[in-house]
Design a protein around this ligand. Structure first.
Ligand code: ADP
Ligand code: ZN
Length: 290
C-alpha cells in the first residue's frame, strides 16, 4: 500500500511516497512560498500516485483538535502568508483521501518511535534545534497534544552570566528558541553557525541553554530517551558538552540507569534524517485506520 507524506517546513516542503514499512519510494522538495503557489504544487505531486492516505508533519502552531472548527489550520505562525491556512482542508479536497496531521516535531518523534531509536518506548521526546526550536512528545505511547500541543521550544531560561544577547524570539526575547536556534547564534555572533565551530564560547552558551531545557524536560516529562535533531546539532562537539551540562545541572537528583548511560539516553536521530518524512508516513497510516 502507498502512503503520501508531507514534511511541511518554513523553507521547503518535502513530499514523498512511502509504504507501510516506512520505506521512502520517491520524494521531491518544493520551496515554501505562499499557500496560493505552493499548495497546488504539493497536490500535483500526490495526484495520480494512488495513495491510500496522506500524513502531514507541519511547522506550527497548529490546530490539531479534530472537533475544532479550525482543525487542520496553521494558526499563529510568524510566517504571515501561512497564518490561518487550512492546509488539511485544501489537501483533503484535492486528494480525496484521509489526512493525518501533527506538528513537524511530533512527526519526527513518531518516526523514531515507529522505526527508530525510540521504538517500544512509552515516553520520549524529539527536539529540533534549527531555524526554530521545537519539541515533540510521546507520552504513554501516544503523541502528546493536550490543550494545543507542546511548544517547549519557547521555555524560559536563566541566561549565561557572560551572555548579554537580548534574544531573538519576537514573543519572549531570551526563551530557548530566542537564545539557541540557528538564527539567534548567527545574530549574536554575526557569522553563520557553521563558521563558528572553533569558537569555544559559542558552544558553551549553546550547550548551557540546551542542557537547561533538557533538565526541565527530564524533570517534568520523565522521558526514557531524548533525541536531538536539527541543523545546529550537526556541530559534533555539542553533544558531549550537552550531556556533561545535563549531569552537572541535575546534580545527582535523578537516580536511574539512564542517568549513568547518557550516551544512550541523549542521542542524535537514528533514521538518517528521514525521521520527519517517515513519521508523516505513519501519520498517514494512522489516518487510514481512523
Ligand atoms: P529547519 O529548522 O529550517 O528545518 P535545519 O534544521 O537545517 O532547518 O536548521 C537550519 C538552521 O541550522 C540554520 O539556522 C543554520 O544556521 C543551522 N545549521 C545548519 N547547519 C549547521 C551546521 N553544520 N552547524 C551549525 N548550525 C547549522
Ligand atoms: Zn519564544
Amino acid at each position: 500500500m502507498k502512503f503520501g507524506a508531507l514534511e511541511a517546513g518554513g523553507t521547503k516542503m518535502v513530499c514523498a511516497i512511502g509504504n507501510e514499512n516506512g520505506e521512502i519510494l520517491e520524494r521531491i522538495s518544493i520551496p515554501t512560498e505562499t499557500p496560493e503557489k505552493t499548495l497546488p504544487a504539493i497536490a500535483a505531486f500526490f495526484q495520480g500516485k494512488d495513495i491510500a492516505a496522506l500524513g502531514i508533519g507541519c511547522f506550527g502552531p497548529l490546530d490539531v483538535h479534530k472537533d475544532s472548527p479550525t482543525y487542520g489550520h496553521i494558526t499563529t505562525t510568524p510566517k504571515l502568508a501561512w497564518r490561518n491556512c487550512d492546509i488539511v482542508g485544501y489537501l483533503e479536497n484535492e486528494l480525496h483521501v484521509p489526512v493525518g496531521f501533527d506538528t513537524d516535531v511530533n512527526g519526527s518523534m513518531l518516526g523514531e518511535a515507529t522505526w527508530g531509536c525510540a521504538k517500544g518506548l512509552d515516553t520520549a521526546i524529539y527536539i529540533t534545534i534549527g531555524t526554530g526550536v521545537g519539541v515533540g512528545v510521546l507520552a504513554g505511547g501516544k503523541l502528546l497534544h493536550g490543550m494545543l500541543h507542546p511548544e517547549a521550544g519557547h521555555i524560559l531560561l536563566i541566561p549565561h552570566p557572560d551572555d548579554h544577547y537580548k534574544g531573538k524570539c519576537p514573543y519572549h526575547g531570551t526563551c530557548l528558541e530566542g537564545m539557541a536556534a540557528g538564527p539567534a547564534i548567527e545574530d549574536r555572533w554575526g557569522k553563520k553557525a557553521y563558521d563558528l565551530a572553533d569558537n569555544q564560547q559559542v558552544w558553551e552558551f549553546e550547550s548551557y541553554y540546551i542542557a537547561q531545557a533538557l533538565v526541565n524536560y527530564i524533570l517534568t516529562l520523565s522521558p526514557q530517551k531524548i533525541i536531538l535533531g536539527g541543523g545546529v546539532m550537526h556541530q559534533e562537539q555539542l553533544m558531549p558538552m550537552i550531556r556533561e551540562q545535563v549531569a552537572k545541572l541535575l546534580n545527582g537528583y535523578v537516580e536511574t540507569p539512564e542517568m549513568h548511560d547518557l550516551e544512550n539516553y541523549i542521542v542524535l536521530p537514528s533514521l538518517d534524517d528521514n525521521q520527519g518524512i517517515m513519521g508523516a508516513v505513519k501519520l498517514a497510516m494512522e489516518a487510514l485506520e481512523g
